[in-house]
Design a protein around this ligand. Structure first.
Ligand SMILES: [Zn+2]
Length: 163
């Protein structure tokens, strides 16, 4: 697990850099663009899911509320429900499209918790395959993913359409 979480943090550091480049909060800005341009998988009433631009594995996506809040406790009741609903729907789509062996689901909160984008809660959904940790250990800083983001996005959208 140490190896896994080290890779996880590396992905967050890239998110930090992207956040700085855009001059604002990444998770507030993403919904303003088109689904295809920003790899948004699904839009709900209160929250959305989006592919991580720097995925840890193929299908790695994020579920975030539209509202800029930093902790689960700040979510209103309907936001809490929909974040969980989008998590469940995302997993169903990933199961159908990518058939992973397992998942890591997690929130890094606050700088000490390893969060890359501070202040805007986001839940990571990371599909896992047996043996992928060994692959990651050797190539944590130069990942070669078996599938392009565009292809993953298309497959998840199609899978959601079937749900
Ligand atoms: Zn925000």
């Amino acid at each position: 697990m140490d190896v896994l979480w080290a890779g996880w943090r590396a992905a967050y550091m890239t998110e930090v850099q992207q956040g700085v480049d855009t001059g604002g909060c990444l998770f507030c800005e993403l919904p303003a663009g088109s689904d295809q341009a920003n790899y948004i998988v699904e839009r709900g009433e209160q929250a959305y899911s989006v592919l991580n631009l720097y995925p840890y594995t193929s299908g790695h996506l994020l579920v975030a509320p539209y509202r800029h809040v930093g902790t689960p406790g700040e979510l209103a009741g309907d936001e809490r429900l929909e974040v969980w609903e989008l998590l469940a729907r995302s997993q169903s789509a990933i199961d159908r499209a990518l058939d992973p062996h397992g998942y890591n689901l997690g929130v890094n909160q606050g700088r000490a918790g390893g969060a890359g984008v501070l202040g805007h809660l986001h839940l990571h959904v990371v599909p896992r395959w047996s043996g992928d940790a060994n692959f990651m250990t050797a190539t944590a800083n130069a990942r070669i993913l078996p599938e392009a983001l565009e292809d993953t996005w298309q497959r998840l959208r199609e899978a959601l359409g079937d749900l």
